[in-house]
Ligand binder design. Structure first.
Ligand code: BLA
Length: 508
């Protein structure tokens, strides 16, 4: 097996698709394009009595039944040069042998066949997914949609805990829904830093939608030979049995988890999140259950995508209504603009914030949790020197004004909406530091012995790491919120200009 030295400092560089080993629940054979055995996992003899290391160089027709090879050839032809995986269930590989489930795909110029003994089948996979989906369609709220997804995956697979883990733009993530067996505590609402699921893993999970770790204590089985005649390692990106990163195994062990599975949720071509599943005993979902899970998460992803589009459209429509309301109200009562409470109620209805400050002609007014007058004046000066003529938003005011760390506990992020032609007058929405609004739900685990990398590889330490990383940051402002703020800016400028021209007309 290849030995890479991985530790907490170089996780992003661990080549998790080239570890040269599989999990012992099945075996792997890689064939040349003329169906000669080029590689085999060291455990093949346990599954195919009589087959062992000297398979290399032999035609597969000497080992598998002719009709099985025929089906495999047809499946491979249908995959037409892609890396996609196809599966055949409940098939004999050798005469008189037990039935196997088989997965086939192309990789590194070879044909990869992975197999596992078949177990009793569940029934019709399509109707199973159909009934799972119809339950999803019955729910309304986003949070209920997440919980229902977790419930469905748990009902299908029987994992002790199933979570919906949602990624933020910076790669960190949050457990947004969870369903679990009683008495194992909860991770719901918790956040973790991007490094817990490093960059290359997130990239792989966009291409390969599902991975299982059947037993964290199982010894990985090496594939021989590791390198082909060109010196290349077998790319296991699409392998079903791929053995996973030892760092991640340590994470699971430190958590007391014995088996894990995760399924990608892809929205608009990006990794939106994962169904993350834990089990406290070894667990090996069948090839068929995995296929149903993949299909379910693909349909789930599409449903989520259309829900999110609809949500953004509805949000933007509501924002236009608010903007009209604002215009109409100020037209009949111009004093309203100097009333921060009124403005705040309207604005925070569409752009959540804990505080609002208004700065017009050197007069300021506040609502909610905001910096002091003097701090506010400094922010306005900094904004003016940055000559912001458009909406400016940051989740870390200190990136614009270093001394803002002093008041980060009351205002860590802000959205500044310039409301006069020259950047001078502003409405500013403030958000509090994010760590203050998220609390650790308690440690659901018994004390465990830590692996060589210590307690960092545990959810609690991850949470602490995440808190460190987001210190001084607020919940970021989103792209739709920025678009809405631009609309509101145009409205506010219009109002301010009209009031100014009315005032000067009165003076003349
Ligand atoms: C993979 N890390 C993962 C996966 C999850 C997590 C879900 C996908 C693999 C799987 O299905 O188990 C993280 N699991 C979590 C989190 C929760 C959870 C956050 O249940 C919260 C409740 N991991 C670290 C650090 C490193 C690291 C510090 O914490 C590296 C320095 C590495 N995690 C790591 C790697 C993988 C991984 C390399 C890829 C595993 C693979 O697919 O080979």
């Amino acid at each position: 097996m290849n030995r890479y030295t991985v530790d907490l400092t170089n996780c992003d560089r661990e080549p998790i698709h080239l570890l040269g080993a599989i999990q012992p629940i099945g075996f792997l054979i890689a064939l040349t394009l003329d169906w000669i055995v080029a590689r085999a996992s060291a455990n093949i003899g346990e599954f195919l009595p009589g087959a062992d290391g000297d398979l290399i160089g032999r035609p597969i027709s000497e080992i598998f039944l002719a009709e099985t090879i025929h089906s495999l050839r047809n499946r491979l032809a249908a995959l037409r040069g892609t890396n996609a995986v196809d599966k055949i269930f409940d098939t004999q590989l050798t005469r008189g042998g037990a039935p196997f489930d088989i997965a086939i795909h192309r990789s590194s110029g070879q044909i990869v066949i992975e197999s596992q003994p078949s177990v009793t089948r569940h029934g019709d996979a399509t109707s199973m997914v159909r009934s799972m989906i119809s339950r999803l369609d019955a729910v309304d709220e986003a949070s209920a949609f997440y919980s229902e997804g977790a419930r469905q995956v748990r009902a299908l697979t029987g994992f002790d805990r199933v979570m919906v883990y949602r990624f933020a733009e910076d790669g960190s993530g949050e457990v947004v829904a969870e369903t679990c067996k009683p008495g194992i505590g909860s991770f719901k609402g918790l956040r973790y830093p991007a490094s817990d699921i490093p960059v290359q893993a997130r990239a792989l999970y966009k291409r390969n939608l599902l991975r299982v770790i059947c037993d964290v204590d199982a010894v990985p089985v090496a594939i021989h030979p590791q390198r082909d005649e060109k010196g290349e390692l077998l790319d296991l990106s699409h392998s079903i049995l791929r053995s996973v990163s030892p760092i991640h195994i340590e994470y699971l062990k430190n958590m007391g988890v014995k088996a894990s599975m995760s399924i990608s949720i892809i929205v608009d071509g990006e990794l939106w999140g994962l169904f993350a599943c834990h089990h406290y005993a070894a667990k090996s979902p069948t090839f068929e259950t995995r296929s149903v899970c993949e299909l379910f998460s693909q349909v789930y992803s599409l449903r989520l995508e259309s829900r999110e589009r609809k949500e953004v459209m509805e949000y933007e429509r509501r924002a236009r209504d608010i903007s009209d309301q604002l215009l109409g109200a100020v037209a009949t009562n111009e004093q309203l603009l100097n009333d921060p409470e009124w403005l705040a109620t309207i604005l925070t209805d569409v752009i959540p914030a804990e505080g609002v400050g208004v700065w017009i002609n050197g007069n300021y007014a506040f609502w909610g949790v905001t910096p002091s007058t003097e701090q506010f004046a400094r922010i306005v000066r900094a904004l003016n020197s940055a000559a912001a003529t458009r909406v400016f938003a940051t989740d870390e005011i200190a990136s614009l004004l270093p001394e803002a760390t002093e008041f980060a506990d009351s205002a860590a992020g802000m959205m500044a909406i310039p409301i006069s032609r020259s950047p001078r007058d502003y409405v500013i929405l403030f958000r509090r530091e994010l760590v203050r609004s998220v609390r650790w739900a308690g440690d659901p685990h018994k004390p465990v012995e830590y692996g060589p990398n210590g307690p960092r590889l545990t959810p609690r330490e991850s949470f602490a790491e995440w808190q460190q990383l987001v210190k001084g940051h607020s919940q970021p402002f989103t792209a739709p919120e920025l678009r809405v703020a631009e609309t509101l800016r145009a409205t506010l400028i219009e109002v301010v200009l009209r009031l100014a021209s009315e005032a000067s007309a009165q003076r003349d």
